[in-house]
Design a protein around this ligand. Structure first.
Ligand code: GLV
Ligand code: MN
Ligand code: MN
Length: 415
């Protein structure tokens, strides 16, 4: 049989149509979970799926799926990613994998190839963790707990607004859980979001492992007071502890934890005005590594340092752990299906770890999971200038198709 390939034009038309939903003047998209643009993107996805003659399904966690059923199959191979974006994000992150999955299902449907498992392309809810980190994939995997919804990353009230806007019901979220025995596996095409492929001159990557990610609120507590009349030496300024911690965290990570990265992505000053000494600063800290022991060690030293800096400036400190995603290895069977698919297409893949988080790291805990990466120009992502050249996107979609058919298994025509 000749190597099966997707319809490039249709794939491009779809990708461009989707890129217009929530498009920003800078050339990216702004589609945080449950924003009007995100809801519109999901409507678009379902419409395309119905047009292609696929079954459409929305589960209790809001995950949107398009399904190509196979006769007598009992398991499902999931292909997916996400249609939400970070605020002012790029067009490719998540969207590429969903559009490619849709194109894979359409291609298989058109060839009338009969497979041993159903194929389902799934758009997971809130991959970007705007409200509840990995809400959709964790609910599907049975790894979401009711307490995860009580004080989520994006704040409880924002979560409630999002639920109301999307029409979702909180008590139905847990019905999204799937029996792992019903799944054959999960494959995801994604942009690399870093510079490694480009630096190595590779056009395609097969993911070996995905980083674990831990996030915390470090709340430095001082005393709000008049910025003009309070003597400098008697102030209890929460910004000093937070700032000293920021610089120390970078130094500690560079010196003691070369296989980790840390980021303080936000500082929230209260009350946050010119003429009041900051009474409180909430620092959003995140650490990542593919090694759990390295994360343990870095967590211990960074939190100890935060306590030291708080004490140095006479401040209180409250530490709230807000999320924890485990580092995971990709499944050898899924990796091998991806390898074979790249070789059949004459591509030479590079095996690399993912420094970005993905729904695949949740799915990897319950089913055979693999990811394929395409290069990000200049290693840029989570920014409007995010770009992957179209030929690489097509390669990625064809690898996804080849690996999906391999993992699903072709049914003997006389079965
Ligand atoms: C998801 O994109 C992440 O890595 O934060
Ligand atoms: Mn993504
Ligand atoms: Mn992202």
């Amino acid at each position: 049989m000749a190597t099966l390939t997707i319809n490039q034009e249709r794939f491009k038309t779809d990708f461009e149509a989707l890129s217009k939903i929530g498009a920003t003047a800078q050339g990216g998209v702004n589609r945080p979970a449950f924003s009007p643009a995100h809801i519109k993107a999901r409507d678009w996805f379902r419409k395309q799926a119905l047009k292609a003659g696929l079954e459409v399904r929305i589960d209790g966690a809001g995950n949107n799926s398009a399904i190509l059923h196979q006769d007598k199959a009992s398991k499902t191979l999931l292909l997916g990613s996400h249609l939400d974006s970070v605020p002012d994000g790029g067009r490719f992150d998540g969207a590429l994998g969903v559009v490619a999955g849709l194109e894979v299902l359409r291609t298989v449907k058109e060839t009338e190839l009969r497979l041993n498992t159903h194929l389902e392309v799934i758009d997971f809810t809130d991959e970007e963790s705007s409200l509840v980190d990995y809400l959709g994939s964790r609910a599907l995997a049975g790894l979401l707990q009711p307490e995860d919804l009580r004080a989520p990353m994006g704040g409880r009230s924002n979560f409630e607004v999002g639920l109301a806007r999307s029409g979702m019901k909180e008590d139905e979220i847990f019905t999204a859980r799937r029996d792992p025995g019903s799944l054959k596996g999960y494959l995801e095409l994604h942009i690399e979001q870093g510079p490694r492929l480009e630096m190595a001159g590779a056009r395609i990557g097969i993911v070996s492992a995905i980083v674990g990610i831990r996030a915390y609120h470090l709340i430095f507590q001082g005393k709000a007071n008049h910025a003009g009349t309070t003597p400098m030496e008697t102030r209890s300024d929460a910004s000093l502890g937070a700032s000293a911690f920021l610089l120390a965290a970078r130094e500690i990570t560079l010196r003691d934890a070369p296989d980790c990265v840390e980021n303080v992505g936000n500082l929230h000053f209260s009350p946050g005005v010119f003429n009041v000494i900051p009474g409180q600063v909430d620092a959003s800290l995140e650490i990542r590594s593919i090694d759990e022991a390295s994360l343990d060690a870095l967590e211990t030293s960074l939190l100890a340092r935060a306590r030291i800096e708080a004490e140095r400036f006479g401040l209180g400190l409250e530490i709230k752990a807000v999320s924890r995603a485990l580092p995971v290895r990709m499944d050898p069977n899924a990796q091998s299906a991806l390898w074979q698919a790249t070789e059949t297409l004459g591509l030479s893949p590079l095996t690399i770890p993912s420094g970005a988080g993905h729904d695949a790291q949740v799915l990897a805990q319950i089913t055979s999971t693999g990811m394929v990466f395409v290069p990000s120009a200049g290693g840029v992502s989570h920014a409007p200038s995010e770009l992957t050249i179209w030929e690489d996107c097509v390669n990625g979609a064809n690898v996804l198709l080849g690996a999906a058919v391999r993992m699903a298994g072709i049914k003997n025509p006389i079965d």
